[in-house]
Design a protein. Structure first.
Length: 323
C-alpha cells in the first residue's frame, strides 16, 4: 500500500450547543487515512463516532458546530469550504451510508428511481448512464439488478436494502465511503454476508472506507487500521494486526475482553463497568480514569497526551508516556 493520505483530521473539536453549555462530542481528535485502506472507528455508543463522520461531511445536525481543527481531504480543508463547494464533494468524492438507514428508501418509489433521483440531484441526467452504473455496482454486491431495480423497497429484505443503500452511495465512485454501523440492524447471517460483500467490493475497487461500529470483533474482521474512541477522544490507533495482537490502552483492552469467545463460557464475557462520563462536566485528567482498572494518581490530575509508541501506533495513556 502507498502512503498517500486521502484524509487528515487535525485537532478536530465538535461541540453540541446545549442549555448547560458546549458539549465536546468530538474532542481534539487527530488521525489520517491512507488511500485504499479500510479504517475502522470503534467505541461504545456516545463515543463520538457518528459526530466525527458528520463533521467530515459537514452534515452536522442543528446546534452542532465544528469548534476547532481541520479536515484535509487531498490537501483541501473541508472545514473552510462554502456549502456550495462542499456539495461538490458530498456523494461524488465522499459518500456516507448513515446508521439505521434501512428505512431511508422512499416506499413509493421503485429502486431505479432512487438511483435516477440521486444522479439528478448531483447534476447527472443521463438515465442510461445511471442505470448502467447501478447495474454494475449491484452485480458487485450480488444483487439481481433486474429484479431489484424495478422493485419497491418493501419487496426487499433488510440485507438487500442495505446493499441498495451501499450501491446508491457508490454511484459516483467516491474516493471515500463512510459506512456507519452498516450491519447493526441485521441478523447475524446477513451481517456476515454484508461484511463479506464490503470486503469483496473493496478488493475490486480499492476504494478507501471508513467503517464505524461499536463492535470491535467486526473491526478485526474487516479493517486494516483501527481508531478507538471514547467520550469524544481518541484512545488508540494503529494497524489492526498490531493493535489486536498487543492492545495498549486499557479501554481497547476492555473492548476486546467484551468479545464473546465462541469456544468458551459465555458467562465469562465481560461488559465494561461504569458508563460514559458527562461531557459537559468531564472527569479531570484522563477522561477514562473513573472506569480504568489501571488508574493511578496522575491519571486523575493530568490528561495524557497522544503518544506514538511506534510508527503508526498511537496511545493516549500515562502508562505509555514518559511525560
Ligand atoms: Fe487508565 Fe491512567 Fe491510562 Fe487513563 S491514563 S487509561 S486512567 S492508566
Amino acid at each position: 500500500m502507498g502512503n498517500e493520505h486521502i484524509l487528515e483530521v487535525k485537532n478536530l473539536v465538535v461541540h453540541y450547543l446545549t442549555a448547560r453549555g458546549p458539549l465536546p462530542a468530538v474532542n481534539d481528535v487527530s488521525f489520517s487515512i491512507e488511500k485504499g485502506r479500510i479504517v475502522g472507528v470503534v467505541g461504545e455508543s456516545g463515543s463520538g463516532k457518528t459526530t466525527l463522520a458528520l463533521a467530515i461531511l459537514r452534515q452536522l445536525p442543528r446546534l452542532t458546530r465544528i469548534h476547532k481543527g481541520s479536515v484535509m481531504f487531498y490537501g483541501i480543508d473541508l472545514v473552510k469550504l462554502s456549502e456550495k463547494e462542499m456539495n461538490e464533494i458530498r456523494w461524488k468524492k465522499i459518500s456516507y451510508v448513515p446508521q439505521a438507514a434501512l428505512n431511508a428508501l422512499n416506499p413509493t418509489m421503485k429502486i431505479i428511481d432512487h438511483f435516477i433521483e440521486t444522479g439528478n440531484a448531483h447534476g447527472i441526467n443521463d438515465k442510461k448512464l445511471i442505470v448502467e452504473k447501478a447495474v454494475e455496482i449491484m452485480k458487485m454486491l450480488n444483487l439481481e439488478s433486474e429484479r431489484v431495480l424495478y422493485g419497491y423497497p418493501h419487496e426487499l429484505s433488510g440485507g438487500m436494502k442495505q446493499r441498495v443503500l451501499i450501491a446508491l452511495s457508490m454511484i459516483f465512485e467516491p474516493e471515500l465511503l463512510i459506512l456507519d454501523e452498516p450491519t447493526t440492524a441485521l441478523d447475524l447471517l446477513t451481517q456476515r454476508l454484508i461484511l463479506d460483500l464490503i470486503k469483496d467490493l473493496h478488493r475490486r475497487t480499492h476504494m478507501t472506507v471508513m467503517f464505524i461500529t461499536h463492535d470491535i470483533a467486526t473491526i478485526a474482521d474487516i479493517a486494516d487500521d483501527v481508531i478507538v474512541m471514547y467520550a469524544g477522544k481518541l484512545m488508540e490507533k494503529g494497524d489492526v494486526f498490531t493493535v489486536f495482537k498487543n492492545p495498549h490502552h486499557p479501554y481497547t483492552k476492555a473492548l476486546m475482553s467484551s468479545i464473546p469467545d465462541l469456544t468458551g463460557d459465555i458467562n465469562k464475557m465481560r461488559s465494561i463497568p461504569g458508563s460514559l462520563p458527562d461531557l459537559i462536566n468531564p472527569p479531570s485528567g484522563c477522561i477514562f480514569h473513573p472506569r480504568c482498572p489501571y488508574a493511578f494518581e496522575k491519571c486523575k490530575r493530568e490528561e495524557p497526551p497522544a503518544v506514538e509508541i511506534k510508527p503508526g501506533h498511537v496511545v493516549s495513556c500515562w502508562l505509555y508516556s514518559e511525560q
